[in-house]
Design a protein around this ligand. Structure first.
Ligand SMILES: *Cc1c(COP(=O)(O)O)cnc(C)c1O
Length: 472
């Protein structure tokens, strides 16, 4: 840095950085470069890139750094140390891709820097959230008038759904949790599948439900809750169901389970983090039959819909139950005549997630969402077919976007996964399925082509060959 620059007062430089738009331009240039390179680079960063991250481990700088240098360091050291999620051959966890319109909207919204807490803070953020709420309820075929809150992810969404239920059930029994608190309130029970996602248990813990109040129901061979083993439900019960098991992608039988819950007066929450989108696709909608009868649903736009992180959605049939559970009021808060986003989430200040959610839905339209979901499922079936043709075992019924793969022995599966991950051609995570290690494929990005699947299957075959040689 030059002497002249060092003497330049900070605010003067910030103004100059802003007026020249150098940081924005640079970020866009680097971002474009990054996207261009994504399909061909190693899907997981190499050791050199990871080791270079040590450069970030410096003491807090005493002096300021020009914006272009900050962005420059981020690109030079940061970009190579990312996983190439946008490249078409990343199949780890259940991480979505990124739609161009949603990315663009996010960038513009970041420039706007809107606070989506109140209508009065950002009319555009409030408007787009209201529109998204209406569109989502329509697209996902949920009860008319259902409320939607935009939160960080399904973890937060599930927390909100169960919170609404935790307050609504005692209220129906004559106990107002907002007024009286939980001490002395009617005891609740939570009934969930052994295949429930860990975030469901985390939510229950946060809500004050201990192990003694949680009843775990065995699951069938696909990870669906076993209805025949369900304990009797009652008006004290939170029943948690799943649209899309995180390993197998399986869907619970909502028609029979929701009917039983409704008759018993229980509250049903559905964790549909990636699977609720099945409802927006003609080819998969049958998997969600009966789901409309639940009370609340959580889903991620950042998974199957391919909008940017972080965008979870809590949907709740009973608007008052959700808003009442997340109550807030103070004299300085001026709620608008329309929709104030903070009433539907635990947060107050929030970035305007509705902008990119709106952009994703607007750019795809109903037909586009249908095609996106159908394509992810087709690629998953392609994996199923081609891996079986190469003598891999596929352990689940591939009903959605998840494929669970094993080799002849657990040791060979583990070793194959290790070599597959190190190879950089594609990236899959590992998991345990019915007591056995598996390679877990999650097809989540619109960018994945049939050729990406072929290349990945070739990488599986190659990794298994090398693994077998290493074990022998
Ligand atoms: C991803 C996922 C979650 C957690 O969602 P986050 O957005 O990571 O908070 C919960 N349940 C299922 C089935 C998931 O796939």
């Amino acid at each position: 840095m030059s002497k002249a620059n060092e003497r330049e007062p900070l605010w003067q430089r910030l103004h100059r950085d802003q007026e020249s738009r150098s940081a924005i331009q640079l970020a866009l240039d680097y971002g474009g470069e990054y996207l261009d390179a994504a399909p061909d680079r190693s899907v997981f960063p190499d050791q050199v890139a990871i080791a270079a991250l040590d450069a970030f481990d410096e003491p807090l700088p005493e002096r300021s750094t020009p914006a272009v240098e900050v962005i420059g360091q981020l690109h030079e050291l940061g970009s190579p140390a990312t996983t190439a999620q946008g490249g078409g051959r990343y199949f780890g966890y259940v991480n979505g891709g990124l739609l161009p319109a949603a990315l663009g909207a996010r960038l513009l919204a970041d420039v706007w820097d809107q606070n989506a807490a109140l209508q009065l803070m950002s009319p555009i953020a409030a408007q787009l959230e209201a529109v998204c709420e209406r569109w989502l309820v329509d697209l996902l075929g949920l009860p008319e008038g259902s409320a939607a809150g935009l939160v960080s992810g399904t973890s937060a969404a599930t927390l909100c759904g169960l919170l609404a239920g935790r307050n609504a059930l005692p209220r129906r029994l004559g106990w107002d949790v907002n007024a009286l608190g939980l001490f002395g309130a009617p005891k609740l029970r939570a009934v969930l599948s052994e295949g429930a996602h860990i975030t469901v248990r985390k939510s229950l813990a946060i809500l004050g439900m201990g192990a003694a109040q949680i009843e775990i129901v065995p699951a069938d061979d696909q990870g669906r809750i076993d209805h025949s083993r369900l304990p009797p439900l009652d008006e004290h019960t939170l029943l948690i169901l799943q649209a899309g098991n995180v390993n197998s992608g399986a869907f619970d039988d909502f028609t029979s389970l929701c009917t039983a819950a409704q008759q018993a007066g229980a509250w049903v929450h559905v964790d549909g983090a990636f699977g609720l989108w099945a409802r927006a696709c003609q080819a998969t909608a049958h998997l969600t039959a009966g789901i409309k009868r639940a009370d609340s649903w959580s889903v991620d736009a950042h998974k199957t819909l391919n909008s940017p992180y972080d965008c979870g959605i809590i949907l709740c049939r009973d608007r008052e139950a959700l808003v009442g559970a997340l109550q807030a009021s103070d004299s300085y808060l001026h709620f608008g005549a329309g929709r104030d986003g903070m009433l539907y989430t635990p947060d107050m200040s929030r970035r305007a997630r509705g902008v990119e959610l709106w952009a994703a839905l607007k750019s795809l339209g109903r037909a586009g969402v249908d095609q996106l979901v159908a394509q992810l499922c087709r690629r998953a079936r392609q994996f199923d077919d081609e891996l079986r043709a190469h003598d891999f075992q596929v352990l689940n019924e591939v009903v959605f976007n998840q494929v669970l793969v094993a080799c002849e022995s657990p040791a060979l599966t583990e070793q194959t996964l290790e070599l597959l991950q190190a190879g950089g051609e594609c990236w899959c995570g590992g998991s345990m399925w019915r007591g056995e290690p598996v390679i877990r494929i999650s097809v989540c990005s619109w960018t994945t082509t049939p050729d990406d699947v072929r290349r990945s299957v070739a990488a599986f075959v190659d990794a298994r060959e090398r693994a077998a040689a290493a074990i022998a």
